[in-house]
Design a protein around this ligand. Structure first.
Ligand SMILES: [Zn+2]
Length: 65
């Protein structure tokens, strides 16, 4: 299986949460750059980054856990 095809999103399996290194499921695009979060950290910091984000790509619906 090709890694690029494993997750049908803009993110790859090799994309990791900036905070804990788990697989990233949320991509937060800001003026200053892009942040990646796992499901856990995206929920934890959602109230913070939504105020600054230019765009949020949320793929947590693909989380099986
Ligand atoms: Zn995390």
């Amino acid at each position: 299986m090709n890694e690029e095809e494993t997750v049908a999103t803009g993110l790859k399996v090799s994309d990791r949460c900036d905070l804990c290194g788990a697989q990233a499921f949320v991509e937060v695009i800001m003026q200053s750059g892009t942040l990646l979060f796992c499901g856990h950290h995206s929920r934890k910091f959602q109230h913070t980054y939504v105020q600054q984000a230019v765009r949020v790509n949320d793929y947590t619906h693909l989380l099986q856990a």
